[in-house]
Design a protein around this ligand. Structure first.
Ligand code: MN
Length: 247
């Protein structure tokens, strides 16, 4: 099996080295990742300038690694074009959780989505980051266990995995959807000019069974996702309203 590993923190992040190492247990691995951090870039693609693809001198213990001056989605599109017959795309391990509403902004998940858009399977991995770096040696067995579970489930084309710092087990979850307070906080730069920080504060506690609930309770959260955003209930309602449907 050919496994392409990417991320949104950039090729020099310790998270991608940890993920690539685990991936080697499951097949042939190649790393194709952004040359600089692309966190919160979502599913952006670079369509107005060319991309470069350079062999990275950074050692991934015998794994070929390439850096791209583009987004995570670019890395997947370009990486799988230049390495045909890729079976699986892994993204992460992101330094920062990608739960609930974060999925809309995440570059880590976007790489997995890009794989699904191209007809491959994509799995995103994320873990919280506090004052200290995550202990990837401690997380590795849980990444491995998650992959062992997911690799055989071929119907799961797109999966979001979030690992707490010290996992106590694995839970299947759904995305927590709740409003967040996307606050803009003003500040001042050293030159006295005004600038702004975009900050996100969750507004409601996590519901049981959701991704956020699982991670808050010490479990690895595995959420199966789909590309279709259609609101089925509302679609049914509007279709049942004949007078509306016939106009
Ligand atoms: Mn990131």
């Amino acid at each position: 099996m050919r496994i392409l590993v990417t991320n949104d923190d950039g090729i020099y992040s310790p998270g991608i080295a940890a993920l690539a190492k685990v991936a080697t247990q499951f097949g042939e691995v190649r790393v194709v990742a952004p040359d600089v951090e692309q966190s919160s870039m979502g599913h952006a693609i670079t369509a107005t300038r060319p991309l470069s693809y350079k062999k990275s001198p950074i050692k991934f213990e015998g794994i070929d690694a390439y850096r791209v001056n583009g987004t995570p989605a670019d890395c997947v599109a370009l990486g799988t074009h230049l390495w045909t017959k890729t079976d699986l795309v892994l993204s992460g391990i992101n330094l920062g959780l990608n739960l609930g509403n974060s999925m809309w902004h995440s570059g880590t998940l976007a790489a997995a989505k890009q794989a699904a858009l191209l007809g491959m399977r994509g799995i995103a991995f994320s873990t919280p980051v506090g004052k200290e770096e995550p202990d990837f040696d401690k997380l590795a067995p849980f990444v491995e266990e998650s992959l062992r579970l997911l690799i055989d489930m071929k119907d799961l084309c797109l999966v979001n995995v979030n690992l707490p710092q010290e996992p106590a087990g694995i839970r299947w979850t759904r995305q927590s959807v709740r409003m967040y307070d996307g606050k803009i906080v003003p500040g001042m730069d050293p030159m006295g000019r005004k600038h702004y920080w975009f900050t996100v504060t969750p507004l409601e506690p996590a519901e049981e069974g959701t991704d956020r609930w699982a991670v808050e309770n010490g479990f690895v959260s595995i959420t199966p996702l789909r590309l279709d955003l259609t609101n089925e209930e509302e679609l049914k309602k509007t279709q049942q309203n004949q007078s509306y449907a016939n106009t």
